[in-house]
Design a protein around this ligand. Structure first.
Ligand SMILES: C[S@@+](CC[C@H](N)C(=O)[O-])C[C@H]1O[C@@H](n2cnc3c(N)ncnc32)[C@H](O)[C@@H]1O
Length: 244
């Protein structure tokens, strides 16, 4: 079972700490895209968290089922209006099975990287395929590995500096590993550190995982408004289709 890095201490400040990710200008294009992919079917969110995407998607009339490891994150979701219409299963999304079939499964906000081994990421694609109807879609939003920005021999990259947050990624190139260190300002003026282990993965490797699971790439964009994916893109939104 994967380790839960989103316990009470993270969950209690997740929505406030990620406030810009809850901005309707960020959320609405994601929900538009996912609602279109779901069509008339149901959606499965892997790593549903506090419901940033699931709640507005359910408000659009899409039936959403979520999987998450963190009781603390899901408790925040359950306390929000509209959550009563969303089923959540506590478990590891690489292996947990839920009832029903889905026209859409989605995994946003770099969360594929929370599976820190290739085996777990491969298992995740296979688990998704087992839940999808033929022709169903799997959507992932994740960063393109930022290794181009590292000078040769360097392992640390500063990715955010503000009054309240400092973020530093620590790369382990040989093992395709990354630890994302976050220093967050507390009300007493001190900074608290949390460090999240991740596995960075290239789009082509994800395509191969999809193929192993009986899916094929349908679309790849650099953003939710279907911005072109190019050599300069820092992230991608990819859609794979389960073969009929
Ligand atoms: C960055 S948060 C994203 C939450 C939500 N999808 C969003 O966009 O705000 C990642 C979520 O995935 C969950 N998670 C990470 N690894 C997981 C795993 N292996 N199985 C189930 N949930 C996992 C965490 O508990 C957390 O709630």
């Amino acid at each position: 079972m994967a380790e839960d890095h989103f316990g009470e201490r993270v969950a209690e400040r997740y929505d406030a700490g990620e406030a810009e990710m809850f901005d309707p200008a960020v959320v609405e294009p994601i929900v538009d895209f996912l609602a279109e992919q779901a069509g008339d079917g149901a959606a499965l969110e892997l790593g549903i968290g506090t419901g940033r995407i699931a709640l507005p998607l359910a408000q659009r009339g899409v039936r959403v089922h979520g999987i998450d490891l963190s009781e603390a994150m899901v408790a925040r979701l359950r306390a929000k209006p509209g959550a009563e219409g969303i089923d959540v299963t506590i478990g590891d999304f690489a292996t947990t099975r839920v009832e029903g079939t889905f026209s859409l499964a989605y995994l946003v906000f770099n969360t594929i990287g929370n599976l820190t081994t290739q085996d777990e990421q491969v298992a995740c694609f296979q688990n998704v395929a087992a839940h999808l109807e033929p022709g169903g879609r799997f959507v992932i939003e994740t960063g393109v590995p930022g290794v181009q920005r590292l000078a040769r021999g360097e392992t640390f990259r500063l990715f955010d500096v503000s009054e309240t947050h400092v973020g530093i990624d620590e790369y382990d190139l040989a093992n395709q590993g990354l630890v994302s260190h976050h220093y967050n300002l507390r009300p007493d003026g001190s900074f608290v550190r949390s460090s999240l282990p991740l596995r960075f993965v290239w789009p082509a490797e994800l395509d191969l995982m999809a193929r192993l699971a009986g899916m094929a790439l349908l679309e790849r964009w650099s953003g939710w408004k279907r911005e072109p994916f190019t050599s300069d893109s820092a992230k991608h939104v990819s859609v794979w289709e389960k073969k009929a």
